[in-house]
Ligand binder design. Sequence first.
Ligand code: NAP
Ligand code: G4F
Length: 342
Amino acid sequence: MARRALITGITGQDGSYLAEHLLNEGYQVWGLIRGQANPRKLRVSRLASELSFVDGDLMDQSSLVSAVETVQPEEVYNLGAISFVPMSWQQPELVTEINGMGVLRMLEAIRMVSGLHHSRNGGTQIRFYQASSSEMFGKAFETPQRESTPFHPRSPYGVAKAYGHFITKNYRESFGMYAVSGMLFNHESPRRGAEFVTRKISLAVARIKQGYQDKLHLGNLDAVRDWGFAGDYVRAMHLMLQQPECGDYVIGTGQMHSVRDAVRIAFTHVGLNWEDHVVVDPALVRPAEVEVLCADPAVAKNQLGWEPTVDFPQLMQMMVDCDLLQVTREREYADLMPASGW
Ligand code: NAP
Ligand code: G4F
């Protein structure tokens, strides 16, 4: 019988890549879908037509219990979250509810359905992956950051993720659950939301190259991140749940680049000079910035045998190439539409 996996956040960037990866591994894959007629469900169904769906929301405990009961999964991947950091200053309570309390609700759903009541009875067959974040390291105590680096989150998003990390560890220690926290550094792809800096850059470069836009407004160009390819990172999530003992892992490339580097690589790829187009907008600078993040992925490499396959220049160039095609398609479609009245 095929193993069953339940993914929250299946309509997001990582959810779509993970679903495809698990289907390739022979799993029966279920996605938790929130809201009425969620339009992103259609997009992910097109990517992988063999998916199954179950309704639920990380804000709603009973819906999670019902989803786990319906699916009877061997593995649960909790990727659902509000993932855009600036939104966590605008709606801190909502972000804390979904990204922090949502983790507790999913752990409770697994505990209830598995009948785990006593400390460390270790009886559950359901393995749990929590999508933790390098944002927890925040104003980092050391560079590169590893599994033992203390947290100093700089946003309500990072604080909520730190809660999710510790409650995952706590359910492991309290109930003997197989519960893993993956501390993933930034990972991108052509499926990345347009609000994140790499995709904002690749889309703008494609539009500027084709003459539909002239300027790109950005915030802090000096921020440094360890950016990898999302398709590589979902392999690490799956590997984490296949280990004999569960633990927590840092996943990243170990390479640092600034936002300015990202801009330079993307514009140069289409033969443009970034300085002619980029405008620094102080309104886009964050109330408390995370200046530098860089992973030490040695444990993942040694214990999981995981390594990234796409480097940063390749990633930016892949994103620009996809957006050049997308912008062309959008313009062709727009040209077919009547100018007004519809
Ligand atoms: P994403 O593209 O923004 O996707 C977020 C997903 O969460 C969407 O499917 C969204 O579904 C779902 N969601 C939002 N609110 C929900 C709720 N109340 N109940 C259930 N689902 C809800 O994010 P991503 O880049 O794939 O990231 C996946 C996870 O990894 C997130 O938890 C993120 O915080 C974490 N993470 C990401 C990175 C990165 O660089 N990408 C790094 C570290 C950690 P709807 O369609 O319903 O909106
Ligand atoms: O692309 P970003 O918005 O990603 P950020 O804030 O690092 O968060 C992402 O990675 C985290 C893992 O570390 C995830 F947990 C989180 O869910 C998300 O996926 O911004 C990257 C950097 C920041 O320092 C930001 O200040 O780019 C800087 N930046 C400069 N100008 C900008 C812009 N970011 C955005 N989004 N838009 C700008 O115009």
